[in-house]
Design a protein around this ligand. Sequence first.
Ligand SMILES: O=C(O)CCC(=O)C(=O)O
Length: 294
Amino acid sequence: MDQSDFDKAEYVQRVESLRPSPRLTRDLVLTEADQKRVDDAVVAVQAKGFAILPDFLDADRLASVQQQLEPIFAMTTERDADRKGRYSGLQTVHVHNLFAKTRAIDDIAIDPILLFAIEGVLGDQFQMSVATAMCPDPGIAPQGLHQDDGHYPLARPRPPFIVNTLIALDDFTEANGATRLVPGSHLSTDSIDPDAPIIYAEMSAGSLLLFDGALWHAGGGNRTHDQRRRSINLNFNLSWLRQQENQYIGLPRSLWLELPERLQRLLGFQKVNFLYGSVDYTDPLIYFLNHPPT
Ligand SMILES: O=C(O)CCC(=O)C(=O)O
């Protein structure tokens, strides 16, 4: 830009028109029954670290996602992690950067029940940190217990930074690798105890598991001979934290332009606290749409 093009009045006007970002739940409405489901789930996540919502996907939606995600699950693979550490034995390798690879979960990511539940735990400034497809196949060993918020090096106790979710596309059972959880451990300030008593998040296909990112948890081992345990893993964090996956780069511009606004904002084109994430005093999404690459 030539210096002479710079319009000071326009710039001041831009500063003055700064507004908080629209909430990700703006204009969404829940039925009374769904509101109760969400409220109960939020209370459970706060109290014991996790909640399970059965029938999050109805039978038709479940069948459609299962079918559309087959090419994605064909990409999952395995690695031998047999060395000292929390992970050992045959481990599943997840498929990351999901929104660059499929449109099958766009509507699920902005489902009102999901967004209100996340908002209930994290408050209204949250974003998608990473989206993954997971499928521990028969023969996969259990993961070691870990915390998803362990990458943020701040002292505990602390408010929730992350809510992680797994949407079950198969029944989750102890035998086929249901997620292992240590109830109440999200409130602990201790180091993870690998021998802590666990429970299995057994749930039917279509259910939604939500848990606080501080909860000690791990994928289960798959002891069956013939049962996959497919899930979509949508992990949300506070929008003033860095996202796990860099989706600004992971998704090509042409694809970003096709997404619904709520999803664009959820995936990161959203300001936080008026200015963070903005560009030149402008909402990042508006800036992005108005500045095609040269
Ligand atoms: O697959 C699961 O149940 C949980 C996976 C998990 O916690 C992880 O990969 O970090």
